[in-house]
Design a protein around this ligand. Structure first.
Ligand code: SF4
Length: 338
């Protein structure tokens, strides 16, 4: 479970990565998301480094995630009309499910479909691009103590072993001069160490973030098995599913699970980030506690949604629209070379 401090910290690390990527080196086009991974392992912050040209081609498929069923159809849809069972590789599950995915893909205009007799044929609009360059996982732990270090060392060792990500990092907040070196030495040597300093100028005030808010203490190793072409097809598909979720979700999608329509929900400026704040609790709420079952939840009054409020639909809707626009803006920043 994410504690209050960890959720707020995660927001700041995501924004830092968005502003900076790559730390202490030339910038690389990238998308940032959070809480993604596999059933066994969920990463706090995920950075997807992209090829700008191929990313532009991916954007032509729309702004929403392509889930695993859609990817199965879209990646193998042929250039010429073909019966879908001849065109798509055997997925290992009944064809009727594949057929449903074909209908869904056509409904979203990702492919074309037509009926010939009793057969459904498909054809692609465009090839699905190879847009993912690298996947980087960051584990966030603002207060690194002995017990947290033990757990993290195991998790990062697992990440290094599976090499599902190309690179793994630990991000931790500097308390005092440095993070305890003995704790950092427990981490696998392949994991990078990023020490953040999100403390604002105002003593005792809120944390803030900007592009210089972290120091690289240790550079990570490249975990890709000697050339990214050497991953098996199952791993390649799993990585693509993660990248697709990151693309559709970004890191600001907390507005989908939290309650911006609560009268206490606010966005607080934290340097170059906007992070959630609960006026009733006087702090950043976690996405788990900020729900309809929160004891302090209070729907925004209907009057806020009509007269006198500058954004149609009230502040809650306005916050959702603002965060969605920011996600869009980050995608726009990845531009192909001229
Ligand atoms: S009172 Fe509860 S539901 Fe409302 S903003 Fe705060 S945490 Fe979220």
């Amino acid at each position: 479970m994410i504690s209050d401090a960890e959720f707020g910290y995660e927001m700041l690390v995501c924004r830092y990565a968005e502003l900076t990527w790559y730390p202490d080196a030339d910038p690389r086009p990238a998308l940032v998301s959070r809480q993604l991974g596999t059933k066994r392992r969920r990463w706090d912050t995920v950075v997807i480094e992209v090829d700008p040209e191929e990313f532009a081609a991916r954007r032509a498929f729309g702004d929403r995630t392509l889930d695993s069923d859609l990817l199965h159809v879209v990646r193998d849809a042929p250039a010429e009309w073909t019966w879908y069972r001849d065109a798509l590789p055997d997925s290992g599950y009944p064809w009727r499910y594949v057929r449903q995915a074909v209908h869904r893909a056509a409904g979203r205009e990702l492919i074309e479909k037509r009926r010939r007799g009793n057969r459904i044929e498909i054809r692609r609009h465009r090839p699905y691009p190879d847009w993912v360059e690298r996947i980087v996982a960051i584990e966030n732990k603002p207060d690194l103590d002995r017990s947290a270090a033990d757990v993290l060392a195991d998790q990062l060792a697992h990440d290094v072993e599976t090499a599902l990500a190309d690179e793994v990092w630990l991000a931790t907040e500097a308390t005092g001069d440095r993070v305890e070196p003995a704790l950092l030495r427990e981490m696998p040597v392949e994991a990078g160490i990023l020490t953040t300093s999100f403390v604002g100028d105002d003593p005792g005030g809120d944390d803030v973030v900007d592009a210089d808010a972290a120091t690289v203490d240790w550079l990570p190793s490249d975990l890709a098995p000697s050339g990214s072409g050497n991953r098996d097809s199952e791993t390649v598909t799993r990585r693509l599913e993660i990248a697709e979720r990151a693309y559709g979700k970004g890191w600001r999608s907390y507005h989908d699970t939290m309650r911006p329509d609560c009268r206490h929900f606010q966005l607080r400026r934290a340097g170059r980030a906007l992070v959630p704040r609960c006026a009733a609790k006087g702090r950043c709420p976690t996405d788990r506690e900020c729900s309809g079952s929160c004891p302090a939840f209070s729907p925004e009054p209907p009057a806020w949604r009509t007269k006198g409020w500058p954004i149609e639909g009230g502040p809650g809707k306005g916050i959702r629209a603002l965060l969605s626009r920011r996600r869009e803006r980050e995608r726009d920043r990845v531009e192909p070379d001229e």
